[in-house]
Design a protein around this ligand. Sequence first.
Ligand code: UDP
Length: 385
Amino acid sequence: MISSTYDFIVIGCGLAGAVISREIAERSNKKVLIIEKRNHIGGNTYDFFDEEGILVHKYGPHIFHTNNKRVFDYLSRFTKWLDYDHEVVANVYGNLMPVPFNLNSLYVAFEKEEAKKLEEKLIKKYGLNSKLTIAQLREQTDIDLIKLSEYVYKNIFLYYTQKQWDITPLEIDPSVIARVPILISNDNRYFQDLYQGMPLEGYTKLFESLLDHPNIDVQLNVDAKKLFNIRENKIMFKDNDFNGKVIFTGAIDEFFSCKFGRLPYRTLDFLFETHDLEWFQTKGTVNYTVSEKYTRITEFKHLTGQKNKMKTTTVKEFPKAYTGADGETPYYAILNDENYLLYDKYKKLTEGLNNFYLLGRLAEYKYYNMDAIVLKALILADNII
Ligand code: UDP
């Protein structure tokens, strides 16, 4: 039975919800109740063993990486790590080249002499080990570098972005495309962060450890919308005033019954396939940047380090518009001014409350990486405890 006697109620049991709950439970010694709509903890990082015994990520691949020592040290209290440097290759008409596009990619994309010339020009112009965005690469006057920038734009960014977002790289918020730079180096890793790896026993185990505290209770399969209401600048819990604090990590528009309209998101359909092979592909992820309807194929054993000589499971990602239909998950906020304005209208509905906090990808309508969410949760804990 859910009662209103908790000091804190946290809505959503993903990274934001679990980290803030642990911090409150530990640092203020207050009772926390987490309410989760899904039938499992872990949010979109949830992993489990599929029918063939392969550890898979239900909501698509999650690879942990951060430059933030506080975040890394914090999570390291709850998990050991598998050393894993994620590598991605783009399949460009059958040729596999590292992404981010780097000096090694040049030699797959172009004949040796041509690649060498481009390599020299890039190093001369930008310096070895530098990093630029595709927008910067396209600002060229040199004829060879113009040709290169057109190649990279067309073969790495254009079609992938159209599939993922249904708009071109020129129309998208620049921060989205800038997530994947061009590297003037031979570093084939997808992320260049100081710390990277995978929770040794998986994300679900990491969450079990995070939530394992006597001050934390978790209720699954409960929709917060049905319990909470905001009336006259007060939080109502089952029609009574709730005087504790609420940390909300869910979709803010849905909490208010989408009364101003739905916040736009992109969602994904996942196709999981198990193959009677030890390995399906040579790298963790292959991006299909010029062909196919799916954006990428990820093979989980590369990520998780799991050994199995007979079977391997992969997932294909098919992007589409989020409609709010049953079973769809809002994964990616679509960052533009119109959507920010709509988000602000919802946010304003919470601003008169002094005991209601918005935290995480959905509640803040942001494109956060996992480490950014953990950091936000730690900082919010610093502020409210
Ligand atoms: N992107 C691309 N080609 C690639 C990889 C990424 O065009 O091979 C673009 C695409 O628009 C994508 C964005 O860069 O949505 C960010 O990619 P990232 O891998 O960070 O996306 P996520 O893993 O968060 O889905």
